[in-house]
Design a protein around this ligand. Structure first.
Ligand code: HEC
Length: 168
């Protein structure tokens, strides 16, 4: 009986050990797979170590996207600064500087290389800036416009949490 019990305990320990080895192997394979697919530039499958999706871009593409980003950052700052001082003229001017008009400057070849979902989210952000500009010039309530700016900034957060540029 005692011997059988010891064997059972031993068998259970071996089982736990095997499961641990398999789990370790599985997770390294997943990490390896992510690296390989990133290497191949497979946009929909590649994932960075922090879980974001890789957007493969050329050097020029990266510059185009990042300069659009800096423009949006400056616009958002202008909007918030204007709202803080109740300067609706500034709110409107800052918001429209990052509206759809700013997006048309992007090289069509660069745009075509970006994932459609990424472009859609970017465009809806530009549209959001335009409607913020319209609301502020239409004599919109300051609190209401602040709420719109906050909702618009959720687009920035969502996209940054999802994508990462990688020059390939
Ligand atoms: C469609 C996706 C998307 C949206 C929407 C978006 N961003 Fe970005 N942004 C990115 C990506 C991708 C990067 C590069 C991040 C990386 O590679 O780690 C970036 C980078 C930036 C940077 C760094 C620029 C630089 O020169 O390095 C700033 C600033 C920025 N975004 C501001 C904003 C602001 C403000 C908004 C909202 C008004 C916004 N972004 C909306 C995708 C987006």
């Amino acid at each position: 009986m005692a011997v059988a019990g010891r064997i059972r305990v031993k068998a259970a320990k071996i089982k736990v050990f095997l499961i641990a080895v398999l789990a370790l192997l599985g997770s390294s394979l997943v990490a390896f797979g992510a690296k390989v697919s990133a290497f191949r530039g497979d946009v929909s499958q590649s994932v960075t170590e922090d879980g974001r999706r890789v957007v493969a871009v050329s050097v020029a593409g990266r510059e185009a996207v990042l300069s659009e980003m800096r423009l949006m950052m400056a616009a958002l700052h202008g909007v918030l600064d204007g709202l803080a001082r109740s300067d609706m003229k500034q709110v409107g001017a800052s918001a429209s500087s990052a509206g759809l008009g700013a997006a048309v400057d992007m090289d069509p070849a660069v745009r075509a290389s970006l994932p459609p979902e990424f472009v859609r989210l970017g465009m809806s952000t530009h549209v959001g800036f335009d409607s913020l500009a319209a609301a502020s010039s239409g004599g919109g309530d300051r609190e209401e416009i602040l709420g719109r700016a906050a909702r618009l900034s959720a687009n920035c957060v969502a996209c940054h949490a999802t994508y990462k540029l990688e020059v390939q």
